[in-house]
Design a protein around this ligand. Structure first.
Ligand SMILES: C[S@@+](CC[C@H](N)C(=O)[O-])C[C@H]1O[C@@H](n2cnc3c(N)ncnc32)[C@H](O)[C@@H]1O
Length: 276
């Protein structure tokens, strides 16, 4: 074994953040019952409520294949990130390349959920002894917004704002950073809707811009406010290109701005390009 301790640490961290080391434990049904029909949902929430008082829970088995987890195809019950190993590998590649090539700028993820990908960003900077770059952690910390179909017709009918599973509080994300010993002054939280926080964000330059807000409006708000701040040689990473809403926003923005850099595929939904 001739791998450096730093590489072993980052490898272990990716597996821990994505919960890839363990089989998925059964998940309380109340965390997922929004997917059920109304009568089932009602029945399950009553039963869960009663059982909770007796310290028992109704749980559901969720057997993920290793491939599903590597591809980030599942909404995990326990992981700190849902992006999967391939997209974490890509994130590491982008951060290490900008450090190596001296590309100026901070790092940001727009849409962080439990914070796992941002925790990993902070860890990569720490491993390389980088002290002059910040990690911006941008989220409502209340889940996705209701669609604004007047402004962004592509988001009409989007129901993701109804999913409490996607709403993780800032306090919980801070706790997650602390659990890994990675919360410090170089981690900056931007709490609120992207349309409000990003235009005034205290960011001069970015070297890695990671977008994971799913919707057309969320993707467009992030691109419009942040892409101009991305340094040449920096990376723009799109987590949700498989979603029609996100794909349309990315394609529209690239076309409007005349961006011709080739998009490289990471996995079934992740794409990225290097700004030339
Ligand atoms: C799919 S999750 C992000 C997953 C995360 N990157 C990870 O590593 O697991 C989408 C996140 O985007 C946030 N979000 C989406 N649109 C937003 C908006 N317009 N303003 C603020 N937060 C938004 C949601 O609150 C949610 O936390």
């Amino acid at each position: 074994m001739d791998r450096r301790p730093e590489d072993l640490y980052l490898e272990l961290l990716k597996k821990t953040l994505s919960f890839s080391l363990w089989p998925e434990p059964p998940t309380p049904v109340k965390d997922f019952h929004f997917r059920k029909k109304t009568s089932k949902r009602f029945f399950l929430s009553i039963l869960s409520g009663i059982l909770d008082k007796t310290r028992y829970q109704i749980v559901r088995r969720r057997d993920f294949s290793e491939e599903d987890r590597a591809d980030g195809r599942v909404w995990p019950g326990y992981a700190d990130t849902m992006v999967g190993m391939k997209r974490l590998d890509n994130l590491q590649h982008c951060i290490e390349t900008v450090i190596r090539d001296g590309v100026d700028g901070d790092l940001i993820e727009t849409g962080v959920w439990r914070g796992g990908a941002c925790i990993f960003m902070r860890a990569v900077l720490a491993v390389h002894g980088v002290k002059d770059r910040k990690v911006f952690v941008a989220d409502s910390f209340e889940g996705l917004p209701k669609p604004d179909a007047g402004k962004w017709p592509a988001d009409r009918g989007d129901t993701q704002h109804e999913r409490p599973f996607l709403a993780v509080s800032r306090e919980d994300v801070e706790k997650n950073f602390k659990r890994y010993g990675l919360l410090d002054e170089n981690v900056v939280f931007l709490k609120g809707w992207f349309k409000d926080t990003l235009p005034a964000a205290p960011i001069k330059k970015l070297s890695v811009l990671r977008l994971d807000g799913d919707m057309y409006g969320s993707t467009m708000d992030a691109l419009a406010n942040l892409y101009p701040k991305l340094s040449k040689g920096g990376y723009c990473i799109i987590d949700d290109y498989a979603l029609e809403t996100c794909r349309e926003a990315v394609d529209d923005y690239r076309q409007q701005q005349g961006i011709t850099e080739k998009m490289e595929r990471i996995d079934w939904t992740g794409y990225y390009w290097k700004k030339q």
